[in-house]
Design a protein around this ligand. Structure first.
Ligand code: SF4
Ligand code: SF4
Length: 478
């Protein structure tokens, strides 16, 4: 497991000299950028062109954009240890958590504008009220649903931003202003699972964490997929036949994409029909419940849409939630079905688990079975899984999956961390396999040359030396 010292060494490593080109090659051009805005905030030389981070000035290769990008190196073991205390339970589909509950705001004004139970707004207001935070990085929209990252510093601003947007927002692009311009000392963040890794890096990774990493509350929103503003605009126009300006509220619930219009009517389509409009990076995303948040909030698993499902993960999250509960800012109910959240989480994880025949036919050269390749590529796609989850996804008997895992571990294709199996980097795996084949190959050649050839030659000489046509070949042997 990576230690804090190793991580600091990595972060301060000059030899790496990563710059924007690396960010572009490994994240942006690979359709892995989630438009979180972290790089825009860190570096004045990065701007946005055609909705993508773009270098607009000379790049001194300071590495910060690469290191703090939400999609680059993120040593989960380190973060898990720093964020979650050891006694917290971990579930492969829900992540670390202390408690899962249904909750709802007690404030009717909040409920009127809230997406569901208004718990995000209530908790933020309570955090501002009690001084836990002085401002929140969050998203808002204009009347045409144009998403806008912004810093809410007053209860009114938090209240005005209630409701989901369903479009990618570079929420973290306001981070610099929050700490440099407004000098906010205790920050809150509300955002998507994919953005939270950058927030945790700001919070815990030096050098930025030492000076600016003052996030005191991180709220994650359940997310199965998202849209860019442009694709949302087209989707609404093509599939529903209206413009975004006519919409009061958008909701995704029970397999439906629902829009509530300003004129009081409602239209809905199947969520499946919206798939082709999804933001491309969402295809690689496996985090439904925002594993690294203090508190994750959604609406799956509760009996009705005016409640929230809440996963309380960290002690900080637990303290705030309990305090808001004690002061009757929110109420809770046991009427929640975590299995429904698990089901949604599993569905998201499994979206990339197909193994192509091309991969299998190439890798079978290494003398591995199709199931072994499938198990490895499944772990590559979902990141990690325990035995139960793998058995479930692969639809295999326990003893079969156990043997596959054992073999993959011996061959160093995967490793175990706590109760979870994780894939080893494919370049390392392929290199090991090729090295082994070369070693084996060399051993065979040595045996053939030193022993087998000698035996054959002796036999040849013993029996064929008298034949004239073989004399030409004698040079080879003497
Ligand atoms: S930091 Fe965010 S916006 Fe910048 S490249 Fe990475 S994912 Fe994209
Ligand atoms: S699906 Fe993943 S990548 Fe896409 S917006 Fe949601 S959390 Fe981000």
């Amino acid at each position: 497991m990576i230690t804090k010292e190793q991580m600091i060494e990595y972060l301060q490593c000059d030899i790496s000299s990563y710059g924007f080109q690396d960010l572009f090659d490994l994240v942006i051009s690979k359709q892995n950028c989630v438009n979180c805005g972290a790089c825009l905030s860190i570096c004045p030389r990065i701007g946005i062109e055609e909705n993508k981070p773009t270098l607009i000035d000379y790049d001194p290769e300071c590495s910060l954009c690469f290191k703090y990008c939400t999609r680059t190196f993120f040593p989960r073991n380190f973060f898990e240890k720093e964020i979650f205390k050891e006694r917290i339970q971990k579930d492969s589909l829900l992540g670390y958590y202390q408690k899962i509950t249904a909750a709802r705001s007690t404030d009717n004004n909040i409920l009127k504008n809230a997406q569901n139970g208004g718990v995000v707004t209530s908790l933020l207001l309570h955090a501002l009220d009690t001084g836990l935070i002085d401002g929140v990085l969050m998203a808002n929209k204009d009347e045409r649903w144009h998403p806008k990252p912004f810093i809410a510093r007053s209860p009114e601003e938090v209240r005005n931003a209630a409701g989901s947007i369903y479009a990618m927002v570079p929420t973290l692009s306001t981070y610099k202003d929050a700490v440099c311009k407004y000098k906010i000392e205790n920050l809150g963040f509300v955002g998507l699972p994919c953005q939270i890794q950058a927030v945790r890096k700001f919070q815990l990774w030096p050098p930025l964490s030492d000076k600016y990493g003052n996030f005191k509350l991180i709220i994650g929103l359940f997310c199965s997929s998202n849209y860019s503003y442009d694709s949302m605009y087209t989707l609404i126009k093509d599939l529903i036949g209206i413009s975004l300006g006519e919409i009061k509220k958008i909701d995704v619930s029970h397999g439906k994409f629902i829009v509530y219009l300003n004129n009081g009517t409602m239209k809905e389509i199947s969520i499946k029909d919206t798939n082709r409009y999804h933001y491309s990076s969402c295809e690689h995303c496996k985090d439904y419940t925002a594993y690294f948040a203090d508190i994750s909030i959604g609406s799956v698993g509760v009996p009705s849409d005016n409640w929230n499902s809440v996963i309380i993960r960290t002690e900080e999250g637990q303290r705030l939630f309990n305090d808001a509960l004690t002061r009757r800012k929110i109420i809770i109910s046991n009427n929640i079905d975590p299995n429904k959240i698990k089901k949604a989480s599993k569905k998201k994880k499994m979206q990339m688990t197909e193994t192509s025949d091309k991969i299998y036919s190439a890798l079978k050269f290494f003398d591995v079975t199709k199931l072994e390749v499938k198990t490895y590529t499944t772990l590559l796609s979902i990141g990690e899984a325990d035995l139960f989850m793998l058995r479930d996804i692969m639809k295999l008997k326990p003893e079969i999956i156990y043997n596959i895992i054992k073999k993959l571990k011996q061959r160093k294709w995967i490793f175990k961390y706590q109760n979870f199996y994780r894939p080893i980097n494919p370049s390392q795996v392929i290199k090991n396999e090729i090295d082994q084949i070369l070693t084996k190959f060399k051993n065979y050649i040595d045996i053939i040359k030193s022993k087998i050839l000698k035996d054959l030659t002796t036999k040849f000489i013993q029996n064929n030396l008298m034949d004239l046509e073989n004399l030409d070949f004698m040079d080879i042997f003497f």
